[in-house]
Every structure is written in C-alpha cells, then in structure tokens.
Write a protein that binds this ligand. Structure first.
Ligand code: XMP
Length: 553
C-alpha cells in the first residue's frame, strides 16, 4: 500500500504525526530513525517525514541512513529519478540541515509553546507564481499553498539553525527571529521548526496535508473497507487450510481479532479459547459466549477454572505474589487446555496485538520507545514457541485503538463491547487488596455492575450528549480489606468499604481523576449501599497517575 514513512527519532509527538496523516485517509508507518533504507523499506513510500527528538544533532541524536538524501521514489506513478520528498520536523529539520552542510547551535533559552510564524512570501505572490515570474520552485509553491502568511505555531526546541544548508532557503521566521519554514531550491525537501502535528498549531493539518497531498501526491485511500479487503486476502494466504487458535479475553482487541478471523477464514478453522478465572466481571462469560456465537464462532472453548484460581490464591495477600500466581496458573491451564483440543502442529496462534503494543514493546518501531506494558503481559511459552516457529498472526498490528474500534463496528461487533473500558488480565484480583475469596469477588461484582450501570445511564456534564461511561476512560470499584462502623436501624454494623475509581486518560500511562458532579457520586453511593447489603461505606479515589497507578494492585 502506498504510504508515508515516518522516521522516529524519539519525539513524544511522533505518534501524533502518524495519526494526523492516517486521519486524512493516507496510510503511514513509523520506523526507527536510523533504519537502513533498503529498496524493500522504501517500496511504495511516497514521502518521508523525519520526526522530532529530545536529543540534539550535536549530541546523542541519531542520524538517518545516509542514503536518505539519494533516495528516489520507486512507487508506481513517480517519474524516473524523482527525489524522495522529505519533511523534517523540528529535530528532523535540524538533522537535515546538519547532514547537508548547514549549522545547528543551541539557543540561549529553550523555546516552548505557542509562537507566531510569519511567511516571507504571501498568498498573492504565490498566486502569481507563474513560470515567468516564478519566485519559488514548483514543489515549494505546492507546499506553501498549505500555509497562511501568518499563524500561531507550537514549538519545543533547544537548538536552532544558524546557517541553512546549501540550496535551502528560508520562507518563514518565528516571531523570535529564528528560521521556521525552509525549503530546498529544487528538490521536494522541506523543514519546519515547529510541530504541525500538535493541535495547538494553527493550520497544522493543512500544512501536513500540503506535504502529503500536494508534494507527495498521495491519495485518500486508507479506509476500513480497504483494510478489511487487504486483511482478508493476507489472512487467507497466510493461514491456508490450517487451524488458527485465538485466546479471547473478552476485551475489544481480542474480540475484534476473533471477528476478523471469522470473517476471513472458514469458521471451522477458527478456535477461540476463553478462560473464566472466577475473577471476571458480572455476567462477563455469558456475554462473551453470546457475542462470539453471534459472530459465527463454531469452535468456542470456554474453560471454567474459577476453583483452580481461587484455591491457588488462597491465603495470598502480597500483590506481586498474587499476580505471579495468576500468571503461572494461566500458563499451566492454557497449555493443558490447548493440548486437549488436539490441534495439528501446523496450527497458527493469533493475537490481538495493536500497533501501539509494538511501539511500546520496542519490537516493531521506534527503538527509543519505553517498555511500559511488560508487567501486563505475562510471557507465555506457548506464544514464544509459536513466534519462534513463525506461526503467530497479528491481524490488528497496523491499527491504533480507535481504528480497531472502527474495524469492530464494520465487522458487526456490538457497541457495548466496542466502547468497553479496559479490564486487566488478572481481573478482580487487582481490585481486591489482600486475600481474594469467592465471597469478596461476588460482592465486588455486584457493586461494580451497579456503578457501571449508573455511569451508562447518566449524562456527562462536561461533554453534552455523552454518557458518563463514555466520557470516562476507565471506571471500576475496589473492595477494601477493612470494615467500618455503620448503623442499621438501632444496631451498629461493621460493613465493608468500597472505593470507586474513575479516570480520564488517553493511553492508560497517565491518568486524571474524573471530576464528577457531587450529586452523581452521592446518588451512586446510596444505590450501592442500599443494594449490596455487605457494603456500609463508599469512598471515591481522588489520586491521579502518577503517583498512583490506575489499578490498586
Ligand atoms: P496501571 O494499574 O498499571 O494500569 O496504572 C494501566 C492500565 O493497564 C491495565 N492493567 C493491566 N492490563 N494486565 C492487563 O492486561 C495486567 O496485569 C494489568 N494491570 C493493569 C489497567 O486496567 C489500566 O487500564
């Protein structure tokens, strides 16, 4: 598929560049900034963006493959010898300047935030840019069409260009007097000192769009229909007549992966396995079963293992020990149950890995990206063995979470599941500090279900027309290991204490407390204590992440 390639030098906003361009209907891929640009990497690439970086070109900042400046477009439709369009953003611009013979030096003070940028050619002059009066090359003309003559940009840089590289010209300056927009005199090479991908940058989409459409000549053809078509084809080729096994958690990713397999392959080929650990939410297993059957699942293996998990957790109170116990038992049961269904050795294992999972684990893209989720995904010998044998398929590994949701809708998955809040692998065990028992799980399930139902039925006061549930990134209840005094009639009663947690976040790595209206909290608390007799007191967790994590354990 024709695409824009983004070389990632470690900026916080690299992801945003990819998102903005995908949202314009053009496929993008992010690869580490120093990847060797072989023919297979640049095939079908219509333009390359060099991202920002926390490093300096004069320090530890990585360099792109030298061949980038000799790269020609090889995609169908490009004329022979046509130079690869390049756009350097912030560090990317400094990198190009440094590599091509200009000079980059530190600023006396870091420039951060909104800063005005003024262009040295205005629209009128550009309009008159006919062959005889040409002030700028055709490429530059096409690029600058995306700009207003003056706009507010967003910057974050400690270095600046003090001498442009030969054959480059400045077309825009920041209000603080530094080069902000530069272009090569002949080649389709551009640089921006600011970040057009950040929402605070005025006209950012038009500027990126000018590069992507006007300069690179991309077409808007990245859509879910297109993705499904390609996925269909590639799954059929990859899997052939072999069986595929997918472990289902009941969350959005594995459900969408399951639906994609069922749509592309014969349902008889697809084995879906789900474990009810007894640490699931209320009615979860029944809902998972109904949903997968509705999607056409024929080989559905629902493994009930509540007793095994609860007896393994008996007497354990240390959070790490609890997590370890659950992870180990998962692996044991998984191996046992997979062996029971006697698949031939040729079977493939499917996973609901997302594009962001690859980025976070540093497997597929930006090497500098943090490994954040390591504690979340227990390494499994089964996955390792299948990966070694080249028998893993990851149908969602080019998609972001919201694209997975869109795909899920296309595949006919219920809105309830698509909009579902995340749920951790170890389930309710992370929400029952101390020893986990069936009684505690049952109490927590009831209280949590009421909390969630209330959130679905109440409207947000912040975003009109949206339910509280949809306005919140993740909400759940926690059953605390203490009792507190209450009154029931004339008697004193020592009831259990429940905490409610509701947070906003974009990726779960940081989180803010959801600012409920007091009335909502009071009414929800009353309904819980009236309905779940064991609970005598309800509190609201008002800690952000950091310092607190989202789950309690
Ligand atoms: P924390 O508690 O680390 O959670 O701030 C961040 C997000 O990850 C979820 N979470 C997990 N997900 N296995 C998972 O699949 C886990 O062990 C796990 N622990 C936390 C958590 O619910 C939140 O969305």
């Amino acid at each position: 598929m024709k695409k824009i390639l983004i070389l990632d030098f470690g900026s916080q906003t690299t992801q945003l560049i990819a998102r903005r361009i995908r949202d314009m209907g053009v496929y993008t891929e992010i690869i580490p900034g120093d990847t060797e640009l072989t023919c297979s990497v640049t095939a079908d690439v219509k333009g390359i963006i060099l991202s920002g970086s926390p490093e300096s070109v004069n320090g530890a900042g990585a360099a792109p493959d030298k061949n980038i400046y000799d790269c020609v477009r090889s995609d169908e439709g490009a004329s022979a010898g046509c130079a690869m369009p390049l756009l350097g953003i912030c560090y990317g611009l400094q990198r190009m300047t440094h590599d091509l013979g200009g000079r980059v030096e530190s600023l006396p003070h870091v420039e951060y935030g909104r800063i005005a940028v003024n262009l040295s050619v205005n629209n009128e002059q550009l309009k008159e840019n006919t062959e005889s009066t040409a002030r700028v090359s055709e490429f530059t003309y096409k690029f600058l069409k995306g700009f207003r003559s003056s706009f507010t940009a967003w910057m974050s840089h400690g270095d600046t260009l003090t001498r442009l590289a030969p054959h480059f010209k400045e077309y825009g300056k920041s209000a603080t007097g530094y080069p902000a927009v530069v272009a090569h005199n002949e080649k389709p090479w551009f640089g921006l000192q600011f970040h057009p991908e950040v929402t605070h940058c005025e006209d950012g989409d038009n500027i990126l769009g000018a590069f992507v459409f006007n300069v690179c000549g991309c077409e808007k053809n990245w859509s879910m229909e297109r993705y499904i078509e390609e996925l269909n084809q590639s799954l059929k080729e990859r899997v052939g007549d072999n069986p595929v096994l997918l472990l289902i958690s009941g969350g959005v990713d594995s459900t969408v992966a399951g639906a994609a397999l069922l749509k592309s392959l014969k349902p008889e080929q697809v084995h879906l396995m789900y474990f009810d650990t007894g640490l699931m939410r209320k009615n979860e297993t029944a809902a998972v079963r109904a949903n997968l059957e509705k999607l056409g699942a024929k080989n559905l293996h629902i493994i009930m293992c509540e007793e095994e998990f609860l007896s393994a957790l008996k007497g354990k109170t240390d959070p790490e020990e609890k997590r370890g116990t659950i992870g180990d038992l998962f692996i044991t049961i998984q191996e046992r149950e997979v062996a029971k269904i006697r698949l031939p050795d040729s079977y493939l294992l499917a996973q609901g890995t997302l594009y962001t999972d690859l980025i976070e684990s540093g497997k597929g893209v930006g090497k500098k990206a943090h490994v954040i989720k390591s504690h979340h995904n227990v390494a499994s010998p089964l996955v390792d063995a299948k990966r070694k044998a080249g028998k893993i398929i990851e149908p969602l590994d080019r998609l972001y979470k919201d694209e997975v949701r869109r795909l899920g809708r296309f595949l006919g998955i219920d809105e309830e599941i698509i909009r579902r809040h995340p749920f951790p692998g170890p389930g309710l065990a992370t929400r029952i500090p101390g020893e986990v028992t069936k009684e505690k799980c049952d109490i927590l399930r009831e209280a949590d279900a009421i909390f969630i139902e209330e959130l679905k039925n109440r409207l947000s006061k912040i975003n009109t027309g949206v339910s509280l549930y949809d306005d919140i990134w993740q909400a759940f209840a926690i059953l605390l290991p203490i009792r507190s005094t209450g009154v029931a009639g004339d008697e004193r009663k020592y009831g259990r204490v429940l905490a409610l947690r509701a947070i906003t976040s974009s990726d779960g790595m940081t989180a803010d407390v959801y600012p409920f209206e007091t009335r909502d909290l009071l009414e929800i608390s009353t309904r819980i204590t009236n309905s779940v007799k064991e609970i005598g007191r309800v509190t609201y967790d008002i800690s952000s992440k950091p310092p607190a994590t989202i789950e309690w354990e």
